[in-house]
Design a protein around this ligand. Sequence first.
Ligand code: MN
Length: 407
Amino acid sequence: MTRPSRLRLSWGGATDQGRVRANNQDAMHADWGLFVVADGMGGHQGGEVAANLAVRAVAKAERGSISDLRNAVVDANRLVHETAIAQPELHGMGTTLTALAVDQHGEGHQFVVFNVGDSRVYRYRDNQLEQLTEDHSYVAELVRRGEIDDEAASVHPYRNMLTRAIGVHPEVEIDELLVEPAVGDRFVLCSDGLTNELDDSAIAEQLANTEDPAAVAKALVAAANEHGGRDNSTVLVVDVQAGPLTEDNELREVAEDYSTDLGDEGDKGLDVPDHAAGKDFEMKPRASTIKQRSWLYDQVRISLGAAVVTLVLTVTTAAMIITIGWYARSGYHVDVVANHVVIQKGRAGGLLWFEPTLEQWTEIQISELSDTDQSRLANSGHMSTLNEAQSFVATLQTDQFGGEVGS
Ligand code: MN
């Protein structure tokens, strides 16, 4: 492997809202030596706000300094958290954040990777795709503990639940790793909208087939959409190359918006070299459109996300999780849904993410019940068996005109 004394990077990015979501809560940034992907969560635009706040906070960091970048990630967490507290409609918002940055040390360069959440950084080297980051998600924890395999994880109902996110708590633990770049390396930053639709071998195949980083990013996002596009997907591809840019290359890459060159030892710091001076390297995510809908889905994700963070901080063993799940889902209670008396399985109000589920629907309407029965229902509490719940419902309907218990 050739260690570049002069580091030349070429990159391209793409993001898309996918085929199900009505808005894009992913955000990305690419510029001089810093590449960031964030995947926001939260209702009422919270996800978009969180992802964009975090990305912008990190983008402000001084280039080339690991400690400045680390502080910028810490700042991003605080900023998202404080904004969420200050604005009730943004309460509970959060975001993943994964960043790849060039660190100049002595004569050479290395990359530093920061990660919080389940967005990923991969390195594609010698036709091998390697995930450099660790996912901070509930299912990834289960896989690491050997309780489920990758296949089970990929279809697990809680696969979107994060155990760490930017902005959820005042402090956050940030993963940090150093990577030595080699000529020919291809780094991929992506949100889970890509990795939930495509497995590593499908991603590797695409990376092998397409040389241009912008084109491969676009192709990967398109492939995620073809496989269902159930989430926003964002891909940023960064290629490590050798030698100076040619005039042709430069023109083409500037036209692509995302490519530039990192200076050699002769340059001061990571300043833009002369040939690129005056060029606009601002990231312009071409496929990204920000709309403002789909809050229902977002609410679901935010409540799950917030719940799992709380859970993982307090419950550290699978046995305890299973016990709580069993407890939350055990027994029944009588409830009112859409004005109808129903029997729900599980504890009233749920526990952590274990929500009660509808066991039996009845035609008895709450408005038809006497005040006495309404208050009996309100105070009926937990019942250990379905039979008990059904018997209770039967006592309600005896006062009525033949409402029927049906399923
Ligand atoms: Mn996502």
